[in-house]
Design a protein around this ligand. Sequence first.
Ligand SMILES: NC(=O)c1ccc[n+]([C@@H]2O[C@H](COP(=O)([O-])OP(=O)(O)OC[C@H]3O[C@@H](n4cnc5c(N)ncnc54)[C@H](O)[C@@H]3O)[C@@H](O)[C@H]2O)c1
Length: 350
Amino acid sequence: MCIDCQDTPLGLSTKRIYKVALVGLGNKGYLYEKDDKMVASFKYSTHCQAIDAHPRFSLTAGCDIDPQKVEQARFDYHFTFSGCDYRKLFNDVDIDLAVVATSTGTHPDIIRYALDAGIRHILCEKPVSTDLASTRDVFDIVDRCRGDLFVNYWRFFDRSHQWVKRVIAEKTLGDVLKVCCYYGKGVKNTASHLIHLFLEYFGEIGWIKKLTGASSHASGEDPDIDFVFGTRSGIVGSVLHIPNDDYRIFEIDILCSRGRIRLADGGRGIELFGRESNSTLTNEYQLSRLGKSLSPTAGEAMFDLYSFIANVLDSGMRFVDYRALKTAELLDHLIRERESTSKLDTSKWN
Ligand SMILES: NC(=O)c1ccc[n+]([C@@H]2O[C@H](COP(=O)([O-])OP(=O)(O)OC[C@H]3O[C@@H](n4cnc5c(N)ncnc54)[C@H](O)[C@@H]3O)[C@@H](O)[C@H]2O)c1
């Protein structure tokens, strides 16, 4: 299934180059790289860009139901194979990795077809599907086929976010005491990224509770929900929605016993605070910024994602992003749950 690349000038061992079929040449697959604001924020904003730049992958095939997008992307990326029917492509072309970047509702059928066609390595855009039942079906079939399923919750692959994970795991700033977050633009769209990251940083989530937000799942829209959660290890966190009409926000504040980690600007700004003696009170401490912020690598996360995939494929080990399944389960619970705070009616107080 793979071709070999040339020996490097240093005579290092040959590395396999994995052949990729990209299905979905919309924003995330291809078009974001034509958007000036995206280009300014992300070095790699699309799968086309990241695959093309990565030395371990070749963008062998491109597919979209829209022939104009196929033509435009083929002009830029010179796919060996292209077309509007992923079934034909999966059957006819020798592919190592199928990347699914189509509209969310189409993901399950495309993943199922790729596995049936013998492609064992799948990268799917988040979320895996629109509802929990079909998400579970996808994970079942991936397991039955002994396939890999990578899901692009991109912060999971970003070096800065991985560094934060190490600070937490190694207790560099002590124990985590509390987590406070703000997000905008819908619980499924945005808070899903937070939940996936909590699972990575803090381990299993033991409970999750809605405070406010729409309780109906039927509308199909993405509700704005405020919620609290607790991890099995005893960390409690709050996640508050801020209306996106006012401004865009995605922040995580991790308060630790000897400092604080603050992820701002969607993860592009990561600041550390340390504990120092309080200037006026004895036996008390205050937090102060520790030097300069961590250099942001979030814009390169999609490249890191492909490096991660190359390492897994090289190792021959399986990787399935069960955190993405857990995220879907927790979101489903949150969306269905009725608002659970009992509110005091203070109007009767004198
Ligand atoms: N990881 C992230 O942070 C992130 C960010 C943006 C979007 N996404 C996800 O990426 C996916 C795509 O989103 P988008 O914004 O690029 O949408 P989009 O509508 O811009 O692109 C989707 C493309 O898929 C094509 N398509 C639909 N059905 C198809 C089929 N059966 N075969 C081939 N092509 C088909 C459409 O023609 C379109 O070009 C969604 O699942 C979305 O949730 C993830």
